[in-house]
Design a protein. Structure first.
Length: 241
C-alpha cells in the first residue's frame, strides 16, 4: 500500500533526501564564515549575509571582492549575473508547483539553492507533483538554511581564533558536492553542453581579476544551455514524456 502524502511526511522526506547535500555543504559554510571575518566583515555582518542572502557562491564572490575594495555596484552586478541561473531553476520547477498559492512564492524564491533544486527536481521527475509538493521543497530548503547559518557561525568563531582559513583544505568538500550535483543532472545533451561551455570558459578566463572569469562562465553556461535546449530535439521530447 502506498503511504498517504501529508505536509509532515513530505517535509520530512525533503529533509531526509537533502541530508547528503548538508554533509557536503557544512565545510563550505565554515570556510565562508572564516573568510568573511578575515576579509574585514564583522561577525554580525558575516552572519547577516548568510541570513539575508543565503547564496553560497554569491557570498564567496562578494567576500572576495570586498577584500579587494571593489565598488559595491560591481559586487551587486557580479553576484546578480552569477545567480541568474536561479531563474532557470524556477522555470524548471514551475510546472510541478502550479498549485502553490502565491503567498508562498517569495519564500520559495528566497530559499532556492543549487542543492534544493537538484533534490526537488529529481523527486518531481521520479514521483511527479503531489498536493503537498511544496512541503517537500520546504523540508529541503529549511534543512539547508539551518545548516548554512550554523556552519557560518562555526566558521566565524574559528576564523577569529585560527589564522589563514584557506589553508584548512575544507574547500574540497564543496568541490565534491557540486561535482556530484552536476553529474546527477547530466541527463541530456543540452545540459552537457552547458557544463562543458561553463567549464571551458571558467578555465580560460580564470586569470581575469575580480572573479570576472566566474561571471563569464555562468553566462556561457546559461547561453549554451538555452541554445542546446532549442537545438537538440530529443531533449525536448524527453521533457514531455
Amino acid at each position: 500500500m502506498t503511504a498517504v502524502s501529508t505536509p509532515r511526511s513530505e517535509f520530512l522526506a525533503g529533509m531526509r533526501d537533502t541530508f547528503p547535500m548538508v554533509v557536503g555543504g557544512a565545510p563550505f559554510g565554515i570556510i565562508f564564515g572564516a573568510l568573511a571575518v578575515h576579509a574585514g566583515l564583522s561577525p554580525l555582518g558575516a552572519l547577516s549575509m548568510s541570513l539575508l542572502v543565503f547564496a553560497g557562491s554569491a557570498q564567496f564572490i562578494a567576500v572576495g571582492l570586498i577584500a579587494q575594495n571593489v565598488s559595491p555596484l560591481f559586487i551587486v552586478v557580479t553576484t546578480f549575473v552569477v545567480n541568474v541561473r536561479h531563474a532557470l531553476y524556477s522555470a524548471t520547477l514551475a510546472p510541478y508547483l502550479r498549485h502553490v498559492k502565491a503567498r508562498w512564492l517569495p519564500l520559495m524564491g528566497f530559499t532556492l539553492t543549487d542543492e534544493t533544486f537538484v533534490t526537488v527536481f529529481k523527486r518531481f521527475e521520479e514521483h511527479g507533483a503531489t498536493p503537498h509538493s511544496q512541503w517537500y521543497y520546504f523540508g529541503s530548503s529549511a534543512f539547508l538554511y539551518t545548516e548554512w547559518q550554523l556552519s557560518t557561525l562555526a566558521g566565524i568563531v574559528a576564523g577569529r581564533t585560527i589564522p589563514n582559513p584557506q589553508s584548512w583544505g575544507l574547500d574540497y568538500a564543496a568541490t565534491v558536492t557540486f561535482t556530484g550535483m552536476i553529474v546527477s543532472m547530466l541527463r541530456n545533451r543540452s545540459t552537457g553542453l552547458a557544463v562543458i561551455a561553463a567549464g571551458v570558459v571558467a578555465l580560460i578566463a580564470n586569470p581575469l581579476p575580480n572573479r570576472l572569469g566566474l561571471m563569464l562562465a555562468a553566462v556561457a553556461g546559461l547561453v549554451a544551455g538555452v541554445i542546446g535546449k532549442s537545438y537538440f530535439r530529443e531533449d525536448q521530447e524527453v521533457g514531455h514524456e
